[in-house]
Structure formats: structure tokens, C-alpha cells
Design a binder for this molecule. Structure first.
Ligand code: FPP
Length: 244
């Protein structure tokens, strides 16, 4: 990889978000059930997280299951939830060994109670870790997240805890599921589609986007490094005129 891409280089993103797309097509191309693609996708997540840690990225947020994914066939939903349970069981030791804090964003009230308990338990066991942050978006939709935040603020106003004129961008950001997280610097979408699909709508206002054709199960360290390399060349202006 380019020697210019170093840990102490401020061109390395602090926070990467990934839309892990292409599991189904990967499986189909091999005559396998879609679940085989998701299973392979869980391995890619492990690889991507290790590559992020190696390059000094501090936050990784991945889109594991969208609000819209509840419309998929029941078998596929069950398989994905089982895969998640399996992942949580198997990853806990790695999270501890590498001081990784795990978080979830999304409407977890829709999950089966047993899975929700397992999610809460795993999250609670990692709250003291601070070397790296893995956030899994589950039953997540950006519009739904903003709607929940607005409902929460409306209740605060109704109860007299907040005045309408006190509602600022900061207050809204603080009512989102991502309140504790920095905004993503780089959003990667694999699988060839070039859209945001209801992911981190508020948070990605100034995020750099990187699209690649690689299907998620084939995404590895070198693909992540290509995205980092591309990011390091971007000029981020955050809406200003920038330097000329
Ligand atoms: C999109 O591919 C991917 C998903 C809906 C699920 C992503 C889940 C994983 C990568 C599993 C691992 C995650 C955890 C947290 C254990 P798609 O099925 O829409 O693919 P297609 O566009 O090719 O049909």
C-alpha cells in the first residue's frame, strides 16, 4: 500500500461506515443459498474490522439489517438473526482481547426477546473498552431513527423539559441512536449499487462516499486499503470554499 497512508496521518478516517452489499449475488453465482453469502459476509466483517484497527481507524459502523429487511422471507430473516447470535457468542473473546466496544443502533424493540437480551448483555460487557468501536446497525433505518428522535424531542417539549427554540442541530444529533459516535468520514458501499438506502441519513451530510463493485463476501484487507487510499486524496471542504 502507499507509504503515505500511515497511522498518524490525518487523512486516515476516524469513522468508516459500510453498506455490506452483495451477499445474495455472491451465493447465487455459486449455486448456494443466500445464507451462505451472509455467512461468508460475517468473515468479511471480521477482516474489515482487523484492517481498520491496523490502519488506525477508530470507529466502524456496519449495516447488518435494515428496517426494510424485515420484508425478506422469514427463513432468510431467521438465518440472519441466528448468524448474529452465533457472531455475538464467538466474537466476545476477540472484543475483550482487543478492547473493542460494541454498540448497536436501530429499533431493537422489533427483535425477538432472547436475541435482544443477548445483544444487551454483549454490549454491556464491552462498555469499558476504548481501543476500537464496532457499531452494528440492526433493524435500522435512517428515516425511522430521525422519526424516533423527533418523537422523543416532541415529548420533551410537551413535558416542558425543552422549548421549541432550543431545538438545535446538536440537540437533534443527541437524540439519535448515534449520539455517542462521531459522524462517519467515509462511507463504503460494496456490490456495485450507488445509493445510501436509508443508512445514516443525518450523519452522512459531509461524509465521503466510496462505491466498489466487489461483492461483500469478497471484500478484504486490500479492498479496504484501496478505499483508504482513495479517501486520502479527497479534499474535504464541509461546504466551505476550501484552500485555493
Ligand atoms: C446485503 O446483501 C447484506 C445483508 C442484508 C446482510 C448483511 C449481513 C452480514 C454481512 C452478516 C454478518 C453480520 C453480522 C453482524 C453477523 P444482499 O443479501 O442484499 O445481497 P444482494 O444485493 O446480492 O442480494
Amino acid at each position: 500500500m502507499d507509504p503515505g497512508l500511515r497511522r498518524d496521518d490525518n487523512t486516515v478516517p476516524t469513522h468508516i461506515a459500510i453498506i455490506m452489499d452483495g451477499n445474495g449475488r455472491w451465493a447465487k453465482a455459486r449455486g448456494l443459498p443466500r445464507t451462505a453469502g451472509h455467512k461468508k459476509g460475517a468473515e468479511s466483517l471480521r477482516r474489515a474490522m482487523n484492517a481498520c484497527r491496523k490502519h488506525g481507524v477508530k470507529h466502524l459502523t456496519v449495516y447488518a439489517f435494515s428496517s426494510e429487511n424485515w420484508n425478506r422471507p422469514a427463513d432468510e430473516i431467521n438465518d440472519l438473526m441466528q448468524l448474529l447470535q452465533h457472531y455475538l457468542r464467538n466474537e466476545l473473546q476477540t472484543l475483550h482481547e482487543n478492547q473493542i466496544r460494541l454498540r448497536f443502533i436501530g429499533d431493537l424493540s422489533q427483535l425477538d426477546e432472547h436475541l435482544r437480551e443477548q445483544v444487551d448483555e454483549t454490549v454491556n460487557q464491552t462498555t469499558r473498552h476504548s481501543q476500537f468501536n464496532l457499531t452494528i446497525a440492526l433493524s435500522y433505518g435512517g428515516r425511522q431513527e430521525i422519526t424516533r428522535a423527533v418523537q422523543k424531542l416532541a415529548k420533551d417539549i410537551q413535558a416542558g423539559r425543552l422549548k421549541p427554540e432550543q431545538v438545535t442541530e446538536q440537540i437533534i444529533a443527541g437524540a439519535l441512536d448515534t449520539a455517542e459516535l462521531p459522524e462517519p468520514d467515509l462511507l463504503i458501499r460494496t456490490g456495485g449499487e450507488q445509493r445510501i438506502s436509508n443508512f445514516l441519513l443525518w450523519q452522512s451530510a459531509y461524509t465521503e462516499f466510496y462505491f466498489c463493485d466487489t461483492l461483500w463476501p469478497d471484500f478484504g484487507e486490500s479492498e479496504l486499503e484501496a478505499a483508504l487510499q482513495d479517501f486520502s486524496k479527497r479534499e474535504r471542504r464541509f461546504g466551505t470554499a476550501g484552500e485555493s
